[in-house]
Design a protein around this ligand. Structure first.
Ligand code: ASP
Length: 326
């Protein structure tokens, strides 16, 4: 009898430690999603929409942890160093998970090899925005105004390497201007200062900007995409408005620490996929101008390939531009 029990015990132990058993039991406690920017901004909004739906599919709460600072590098480092058990997930975008790899040489981790991809999340273009009392109504007038006043105008962003900084740099190049940046812990707080007129302009994602534009609290001149957005059909494209080709797309993703069991990643991927297929989630995201990737782009392998391709595209560009923080 004792031998039988011992044998049974061994089977149970081996079942529990096998990836299949782990995926069936995972998660047994809340999962933390680390958001690299302040509450009330675009990354935070996306995280909360996805986390709420993922919680239902996982049967455990997905808790949001806003860890801000240094354009997201602190938050990503926190996930890299977390236990690789699937309970700590990193949400971020092309800035935090690609661009920062070239801007911050002393990051202390490798964005491609120290994280395991879970899923590609929605992407959205940006809007060229100003506070309401700027004397410009069109993009051409706005560019002329910025050119004439560039030394005294302030542009909000979420730190060097953030999406709003990438958009700012694209605007500088397209318009032939130099911006004076004011860094924030996220474009949520920066948007509040744009509304109150503390700062003059910002290039920020539709997901954060559209609700404020619709409420008449800030002015939008153009969308950084080759086509108008169904969520904002009145806002002209940069091509139509006079800065041709100034396209910026901010895509998002989910990652976990290196060495997280594949079955746990599969479980997180399935929950996030279900969230992206949830009609209520799709509607909320569409209203914010977010484009949901098609199902065949939503596997961990697809994100791994896309992440690498994006790094290969961005890193040489950033190094050549000499944007670097020691
Ligand atoms: N995603 C924004 C940016 O990169 C920051 C934020 O989410 O608050 O500018």
């Amino acid at each position: 009898m004792r031998r039988l029990l011992a044998a049974l015990g061994a089977v149970v132990v081996s079942l529990l430690s096998s990836p299949i058993a782990f995926s069936q039991t995972f998660p047994t406690k809340p999962v933390t999603m680390v958001v690299p920017f302040a509450a009330g901004g675009p990354t935070d909004a996306l995280a909360r929409i996805i986390a709420e739906s993922m919680s239902r599919h996982l049967g455990q709460t997905v808790v949001i942890d806003n860890t801000t600072g240094a354009a997201g590098t602190i938050a990503v480092g926190k996930v890299v160093r977390a236990p690789n058990d699937g309970y700590t997930v990193s949400i971020g975008h092309v800035g935090t998970h690609v661009v920062n790899g070239a801007i911050y040489p002393k990051l202390g981790f490798d964005l491609l090899s120290d994280l395991e991809p879970v899923i590609l999340l929605p992407s959205n273009p940006q809007l060229i925005l100003s506070k309401n009392d700027v004397p410009a109504k069109t993009l051409a007038e706005f560019v002329a105004y910025v050119k004439a006043n560039q030394a005294k105008l302030s542009a909000g962003n979420a730190g060097l390497g953030s999406g709003s900084h990438i958009g700012g740099m694209a605007f500088e190049k397209a318009a032939g201007v130099k911006l004076q940046y004011v860094p924030y812990r996220g474009t949520g707080p920066a948007m509040q200062d744009l509304i109150s007129g503390q700062i003059d302009l910002m290039i920020d994602q539709t997901s954060n900007a559209l609700p404020q534009v619709r409420a008449g609290k800030v002015r939008a001149y153009a969308i950084t995409a080759p086509a108008r957005s169904a969520a904002a059909p009145d806002i002209p494209t940069v091509d139509e408005a006079g800065l041709p080709g100034m396209y910026v797309t901010i895509w998002h993703g989910l990652w976990v620490p290196k060495g997280t069991p594949a079955a746990v990643i599969a479980r997180l991927n399935a929950a996030a996929n279900a969230a992206l297929d949830d009609p209520a989630v799709r509607k909320r995201l569409a209203d914010l101008g977010q484009d949901i990737p098609p199902a065949d782009q939503r596997s961990p392998a697809a994100l791994r390939a896309f992440h690498k391709a994006e790094a290969d595209k961005w890193w040489p560009l950033i190094k050549a531009a000499g944007v670097k923080i020691e």
